[in-house]
Design a protein around this ligand. Structure first.
Ligand code: NAD
Length: 360
């Protein structure tokens, strides 16, 4: 198969970690007989330096013309970088928000996996960590409380703030479908998280998710209240496969789930629209403190590339090969600085990429 990948290396450690992901993709192409064409584009701080703006129409158009976007990270040191003297809508992060919006990316997918080789970094009790976990949190990205009407004004002489949590059935249906589609490529279980005992938006959420579930008889659906979900994530994370939820609940639960994996350098993510198109990027930032030193952990970006293979290109075997190669590299004791522990072998960012590519 031939695929066109838009590549945004970005700022800070972005170019280092994306180069390693491309190294691994190139090995996948050779091994499985595919052709990946890359087009490098600017976005974020590097685009401000080159074009005066964090995101150009050209970058948007080229991304739209591609089959998927692979991204590093953008931004710099928020206290010392001149990019942060600019007005908010001209800063690097405005480029990312603008790109997500232009591409209609409404579903954020964040896998949270506890690698048994790294289970010491997990802050949970040993008996819970020993069971391991492998879940994916799907968060609705473009609706709900963060995008509803809001105002602050005096009501009967008392200053009052109002935020609005609004979802329509179409917004719920498209994210529910995405969650069931992803579950079909995983362990076929969906946990839909809401607050249906209190909120109308959650009651509609639950009704629409139930309707969509009828189209996916192979997938087991359960509903869970958000407060219980927050507890279950630390009590028994192994019970979850795909967890789908609205924007604010997802914002909080995905950070909670990330924390229990213990390492930011391992966290992949994807943002998708209704089609198989997606933008794939590590969850971490541009890590200006270690940029340019060949020290960053490229695994989150390599695992994001594996998600691209699985969800945008429907290349399950190839995605498995990348994930297995990451596992074997960890098993063989190779670690970048952020996940280093006693008795392991410290490697640089590029050496980690080499070790993983060798194991494809
Ligand atoms: P950060 O995630 O960049 O760094 C936090 C800590 O984690 C640092 O100590 C860093 O060295 C470490 N770290 C992060 N990724 C790592 C990796 N792959 N390997 C090893 N260590 C890693 O967060 P921050 O310092 O708060 O933000 C730095 C910049 O990144 C800011 O400009 C911020 O706005 C931007 N940012 C961008 C994105 C994105 O591109 N999607 C996301 C978050 C933050």
């Amino acid at each position: 198969m031939e695929k066109n990948i838009a590549v945004i290396k970005g700022d800070g450690i972005g170019p280092e970690i994306v180069t390693e992901a491309m190294k691994v993709l190139d090995k996948v192409a050779v091994k499985f007989g595919h052709k990946f064409n890359y087009e490098q584009l600017l976005m974020g701080g590097c685009s401000i330096d080159a074009n005066g703006v964090p995101l150009t129409d050209e970058t948007i158009e080229r991304c739209k013309a591609s089959d998927a976007v692979l991204m590093g990270s953008i931004g710099g040191n928020t206290t010392t970088s001149p990019w942060y003297k600019l007005p908010a809508d001209k800063r690097p992060e405005a480029g990312l928000l603008g790109l997500r919006k232009a591409l209609g990316l409404f579903a954020n997918l964040r896998p949270c996996v506890l690698y048994k080789q790294l289970s010491e970094a997990c802050p949970l009790k040993k008996e819970i960590a020993d069971k391991g976990f492998d879940m994916l949190i799907m968060r609705e990205l473009t609706g709900g409380l963060y995008f509803g009407e809001r105002k602050t004004e005096p009501v009967n002489g008392v200053m009052t703030a109002i935020d609005t949590l609004k979802y329509d059935e179409n917004e719920i249906r498209r994210i529910a479908k995405k969650a069931f589609d992803v579950a079909m490529q995983r362990r076929k279980k969906v946990t839909s998280v809401d607050k249906a005992n209190v909120l109308d938006s959650s009651r509609l959420w639950r009704k629409v998710v139930d309707e969509v579930s009828k189209e996916y008889p192979e997938v087991t659906l359960e509903h869970m209240l958000v407060d219980n979900s927050a507890m279950q994530l630390v009590k028994d994370p192994a019970q979850f496969d795909v967890m789908v939820t609205e924007n604010m609940f997802g914002d909080i639960l995905s950070d909670e789930a990330s924390m229990i994996t213990g390492s930011i350098g391992m966290l992949a993510s994807a943002s998708m629209n209704e089609t198989s198109f997606g933008l794939y990027e590590p969850s971490g930032g541009s890590a200006p403190d270690i940029a340019g030193q060949n020290k960053a952990n490229p695994i989150a970006t390599i695992l994001s590339a594996a998600m691209m293979l699985r969800y945008s290109f429907k290349m399950d075997k190839e995605a498995d090969a990348v994930e297995n190669a990451v596992n074997r590299t960890l098993e063989d004791g190779y670690r970048t600085g952020d996940i280093m522990s006693e008795g392991m072998t410290l490697v640089s960012c590029s050496e980690m990429g080499d070790k993983i590519a060798e194991r494809i």
